[in-house]
Design a protein around this ligand. Structure first.
Ligand code: ZN
Ligand code: ZN
Length: 479
């Protein structure tokens, strides 16, 4: 019996493939894309993220002071370098990044090697040719401790590379090539990544800088409806995921209230603006089990990514960052939304994500700012490795959240503006964190505010949330 079913299933699969192929031949590629209107699940570039570099911060010194100290200590001045004719010259513009000593005090440290390194005679600092010392830091390869060279500038980051041909990392990668790959490498070395690479993000953004939230000026009394009507509208629009037109109909047909579907959207936007500071800055009781994932949503006809991060134990959404790109900058912002919700970042904080390298790059970014946490990547759809197997249940929490959002969002037919989308996500998060009973929490809401949950119905709870949000704003405006 089961054999027949398997066979029939296979048969159906083959038929559907044939149908798709025929449609493709008849109507061409483009309409097909519209039929299956989903963003292309573009595999992120299989980018390898290497270990963190060694970052050596140093105190700036003054070489004239150091020379004076030398003189008093030794009774004679420290002389500039007396170079032999055969020794390699050091260009006039080379200055010690640590003490500012001019080129006359600087040795070529590694002979004729192309990867030039210098040694300062005054302060004994070793430095590279093309390294950035603007942050009072030398970035060194974690494998060979050589200063990294800045090789490329991208929009949001610089690429640093260890160019040392004796670096253990490079040599081991080279050894691991098959003879065939080795041939390809010799012909086209640029197609391979064998040297140690580090990306230094240059985005203008200070992590955990919980700025005073922007306090909106929303006057809900301008809404020409009673609070109960506003509460009903939000309940239908958010809790039940109805479209604005459906809310318009139900308000008219069931409640005898005439409001336009545009008013529904306006009410939602006003409520979200009011709720945002409260929801973003609420003192959430978070655990150290955090998981994140991206889902997609349409804004103005274009796919955008929602970076959800959730506490998998408490079921509290800690980030709902929306971005047109699925990139490291967006991952950094989403993680920052989450980290800034902790009073103190727990020592054993572990963030679970998919295999996208942007999360490792984000981890590096925070480490460079002295903020540390672990990242566990759950790769693939099946539990074929022990790490994925252990963390898959966590990942499923956020995947369920994504499905919930997508089910609700479907009724909105996408958003006409980025702001509408962000506002919808603020309302969605408010509902999810404060108003929605959760099965795994024994039908409790993730964040139980008694003043809210004691109320008998959902419209009343929304209104209480709005009252609290307004009080929060008034308190902070007064401060
Ligand atoms: Zn120096
Ligand atoms: Zn190296």
């Amino acid at each position: 019996m089961s054999n027949i079913i398997t066979l029939l299933c296979l048969y159906i699969q083959i038929q559907s493939k044939i149908i798709i192929y025929l449609m493709w031949t008849v109507i061409g590629k483009y309409p097909l894309k519209n039929l299956y209107d989903e963003p292309v699940r573009k595999e992120y570039r299989k980018l390898q993220v290497d270990a963190m570099p060694v970052v050596e911060t140093f105190e700036k010194l003054n070489y004239t002071e150091l020379l004076k100290e030398y003189l008093t200590k030794h009774g004679k001045p420290l002389k500039p370098i007396n170079r032999h004719k055969s020794s390699l010259p050091v260009a006039n513009n080379i200055v010690c990044p640590k003490c500012g000593a001019p080129h006359s005090y600087i040795y070529r440290n590694n002979g004729k090697s192309k990867n030039v390194q210098y040694l300062c005679k005054v302060c004994e600092f070793v430095f590279g040719d093309k390294t950035d010392y603007f942050k009072n830091a030398a970035i060194r390869c974690p494998h060979c401790n050589k200063v990294l060279e800045r090789i490329k500038e991208r929009k949001h980051f610089y690429i640093f590379k260890c160019k040392n041909n004796n670096c253990s990392f490079y040599l081991s990668n080279l050894r691991n090539l098959t003879p065939q790959e080795r041939e390809q490498y010799d012909a086209n070395p640029q197609d391979f990544k064998l040297h140690y690479i580090y990306r230094e993000f240059t985005i203008d953004f200070k992590p955990l800088s919980k700025e005073t939230p922007v306090m909106p000026n929303v006057d809900l009394s301008k809404i020409h409806s009673s609070p109960h009507v506003l509460g009903l509208v939000l309940s239908y629009y958010v809790n039940y995921g109805m479209s604005s037109r459906l809310v318009q109909s139900i308000m008219r047909d069931i409640h005898g209230v005439k409001i336009s579907h545009q008013s529904v959207i306006n009410y939602a936007n006003a409520a979200a603006t009011l709720l945002k500071p409260f929801v973003d800055n609420y003192d959430y009781p978070l655990t150290n089990s955090i998981c994140g994932d991206e889902t997609y949503i349409k804004v103005n006809g274009k796919w955008h990514y929602v970076f959800f991060v959730i506490d998998t134990v408490k079921k509290i959404i800690t980030s709902h960052h929306v971005s047109p790109n699925r990139d490291t900058v967006a991952a950094i912002k989403a993680i920052d939304d989450t980290l800034s919700k902790y009073k103190q970042i727990p020592e054993n904080l572990n963030l679970v994500f998919d295999g996208n390298p942007i999360y490792l790059l984000a981890q590096h970014y925070f480490a460079r700012h002295g903020i540390y946490f672990d990242v566990t990547q759950v790769i693939g759809l099946t539990n074929d490795d022990p790490v994925s197997e252990a963390y898959r249940p966590l990942k499923q929490v956020v995947e369920r959240l994504n499905r919930t959002l997508r089910r609700y969002y479907r009724t909105t037919n996408g958003f006409s503006a980025f702001n509408n989308c962000q506002n919808y996500l603020t309302l969605f998060t408010t509902w999810y964190n404060f108003l929605r009973p959760h099965k795994t929490l024994k039908y409790q809401v993730p964040v139980d505010i008694h003043e809210v949950t004691k109320l008998p119905n959902m419209p009343a709870r929304w209104i209480e949330m709005l009252n609290m949000a307004q009080e929060y704003i008034l308190k902070h405006q007064a401060a």
